[in-house]
Design a protein around this ligand. Structure first.
Ligand code: Q9C
Ligand code: ZN
Length: 675
């Protein structure tokens, strides 16, 4: 299932015909520079090319009034003086004789993209369009926008294609007030926008861009505004907004289609946004969104005025849509204070409408301050005398692991998943393009591994372990992006032990190990601060140290999602591992969709370098679905949303409180400022 790229060169025709410093940034080179970059990186060639068509006037009428459409139709024959006069009726708009044609192509491109995805011709796609759309309203052009491309596409999906719920993610740095107004009272569209706001000092200076605008009538809670009150925000802030605001709401909403109002004026270098998120960040955002709606994600270009940042960011977005793992993020993984304040205020504003925004204690039980957290974290969690490799430590702040540096310099390996089967007895439902893994272990490693596990005959043990070790080597050397090993359940713990040692010895600087099932940790490894252990399925939540964390397996979909979004991913983004091991040992009791979602989401913070060890007694279907997810396919749905239990919510809050002083991406609120 491929990726569509929708464009049409006619959309470069409209341009500014008079002097206007405010409007000159929206120029034809935005498209030509972007397409050039896509070609040079071989990305265009990997897509299904679709030519844009003009939206019909009936389609434009899904959002706009007939009078407004007629007025725009009339601009085709106006002279420059008349065009300038009409443009002056609107805020930050210029018209050109080709504008009507371009704007109809832009809306038509969004429609064709949505149709390509909804008919199953492709899994996802990107429409490169201008003029942009998200500021335009029923009867008004605004902010370079003429027709509201994304709003029209959303209405079309619902009215003509039977889609019941659409999520619109507006990551442009301006508030898409046109989309907000269109769906303000409509609970079938969840509209999320973050935007530069500066307490109202930034354009378009609207009161209704603030966090307390949450929709109205039946649409209450279906408008989500995250106003940024400071410029200079970075990757950590954008990722935190996704983990702690957008994704919990989106999973609870359970969309059938995701539309991205993909403006890149939120990227570093943009003169409008003044933010500092790097192009790679958009690969992460895109990859995270692909866990929703069966991967039916359509990105439609909005703003983005720094040509190079725009082109690179579009490349990153398209690469993620194609299934490539996201490159590592640069910068400290610590959100700004102001960003945390914004996140806190939108969570508070949305809490009455979404269970996933409710802190423990809301809705009747105890307040978070009164939580019975079994800890005084100081003795266990204080810094140890030898802590060489913590990304958060000031002395190593600038140090990236050499492995990650390598990754930045050369392109990642073609997505390919190596699979190991310990015995051929279990038929696995695997995708056809995975590679069988060859390899052998050294005598020493095999002995260490096989001693407590007489399960496999010596020869079989040698070859199975050998394959696991060479799989690890292959991932660490970037010859293969990820891998899966199905091994006998009694051998999982020992394999994990050897694998962690091998990983740390063969170039991994930080290794995140997420486990389920009954496994004993080797004590000398548990103390190694290069490895972060996170066990899901314990009796109760506990943090033995900052590197040794356990939590129960939540019993509801909502609880499981919070565990992933509020604990697993923030830890992974804070720790910045260069290898993730997902280990499903004996009696792990994760259902296939849960294991798939865990694995899919963990690909993002680790550049795809995930190795899964799964006991082969698990269902054949589990190994198959995991292999697909490692390859970039979207995970299956967890099923209907059910709210987290108060116990699970409390357990999470306790862990967060113990761990967030070190693992900063866990924060969902601004800490009080020390004077
Ligand atoms: N100095 C889009 O990005 N100018 N439109 C604001 C603030 C208007 C942006 C002036 C910016 C419109 C789609
Ligand atoms: Zn914008």
């Amino acid at each position: 299932m491929g990726t569509a790229l929708v464009c049409h060169e006619d959309m470069t025709a409209a341009r500014l015909l008079w002097d206007d410093p405010e409007c000159e940034i929206e120029r034809p080179e935005r498209l030509t520079a972007t397409l050039k970059c896509l070609r040079e990186r071989g990305l265009e060639q990997r897509c299904l090319r679709v030519a844009a068509r003009e939206a019909s006037e009936a389609e434009l009428a899904l959002v706009h009034s007939p009078e407004y459409v007629a007025l725009m139709r009339g601009t085709q024959t106006l002279d420059t003086r008349e065009l300038q006069a009409l443009s002056g009726q609107y805020d930050a708009v210029y018209l050109h004789p080709a504008t009507f044609h371009c704007a109809r192509l832009a809306a038509g491109a969004a429609l064709q993209l949505v149709d390509a995805v909804l008919t199953g011709a492709v899994r996802n796609g990107l429409a490169l369009v201008r003029p942009p759309g998200h500021h335009s309203q029923q009867a008004a052009a605004n902010g370079f926008c003429v027709f509201n491309n994304v709003a029209i596409a959303a209405r079309h999906a619902m009215q003509n294609r039977g889609v019941r719920r659409v999520l619109i993610v507006d990551w442009d740095i301006h508030h898409g007030q046109g989309i907000q107004y269109t769906f303000e009272d409509d609970p079938s569209v969840l509209y999320f926008s973050w935007h530069r706001y500066e307490h109202g000092r930034f354009w378009p200076h609207l009161r209704e861009s603030d966090a307390d605008a949450v929709g109205r009538g039946p649409g209450l809670g279906f408008t989500v505004n995250l106003p940024w009150n400071q410029v200079g925000l970075e990757n950590a802030d954008y990722v935190a907004a996704f983990l702690h605001v957008l994704l919990p709401l989106a999973f609870e909403f359970d969309p059938e289609l995701v539309l991205i109002s993909a403006g890149f004026d939120s990227a570093i270098g943009d003169p409008e946004g003044q933010m500092c998120a790097t192009p790679e960040c958009f690969a992460h955002l895109t990859q995270l969104l692909q866990a929703l709606a069966g991967g039916r994600v359509c990105a439609v270009l909005e703003g983005g005025y720094h040509l190079e940042a725009l082109a690179q960011s579009v490349c990153m977005t398209l690469q993620a849509l194609l299934g490539d793992p996201a490159p590592p993020l640069s910068g400290a993984m610590e959100p700004h204070h102001s960003a945390l304040q914004s996140i806190q205020s939108v969570r508070a504003a949305q809490a009455p409408h979404w269970t996933s925004m409710q802190a423990p204690g809301q809705g009747g039980s105890a307040r978070v301050e009164d939580l019975d957290c079994p800890l005084d974290p100081a003795p266990l969690l204080g810094p140890s005398p030898c802590s060489p490799l913590l990304p958060g430590d000031p002395e190593v702040k600038a140090t990236q692991s050499p492995l990650l540096d390598q990754l930045c310099l050369r392109p990642p390996p073609p997505v390919c998943v190596a699979v190991i089967l310990a015995t051929s007895a279990v038929p696995l439902d695997l995708p056809p393009d995975v590679l069988p893994q060859e390899g052998s272990a050294t005598q020493k490693e095999t002995q260490a591994w096989a001693r407590p596990h007489a399960v496999l005959a010596q020869e079989e043990a040698l070859s199975t372990l050998g394959k696991v070790l060479s799989l690890l080597d292959g991932v660490l050397a970037a010859q293969v992006s990820s891998g899966l090993a199905a091994i006998p359940s009694s051998a999982v713990a020992a394999t994990l032990d050897v694998a962690v040692r091998r990983g740390l010895a063969h170039g991994a600087q930080r290794l995140l190990c997420v486990t389920g099932g009954q496994l004993d940790w080797s004590l000398d490894l548990a103390d190694d601060r290069r490895a972060l252990w996170l066990h899901i399925g314990a009796e109760e939540a506990s943090a033995l140290s900052l590197f040794h964390i356990s939590t129960p397996l939540p019993g509801t979909t909502g609880g499981f999602l919070s565990c992933l979004l509020a604990l697993v991913l923030p830890l992974a983004y804070s720790f910045q591992p260069d290898l993730v091991l997902v280990v499903l040992g004996p009696a792990h009791s994760l259902k296939a969709p849960q294991a798939a979602l865990l694995t899919a989401l963990l690909r993002a913070p680790v550049g795809g370098r995930v190795v899964v060890l799964v006991e082969e007694e698990s269902t054949a279907q589990l190994a198959g679905v995991l292999a697909r997810v490692l390859r970039g396919d979207s995970p299956p749905s967890l099923g209907p949303f059910s709210a987290a239990s108060p116990e699970d919510t409390q357990a999470l809050a306790c862990l967060r409180r113990q761990l967030e002083p070190q693992w900063k991406m866990l924060q969902v609120a601004a800490p009080p400022r020390v004077p």
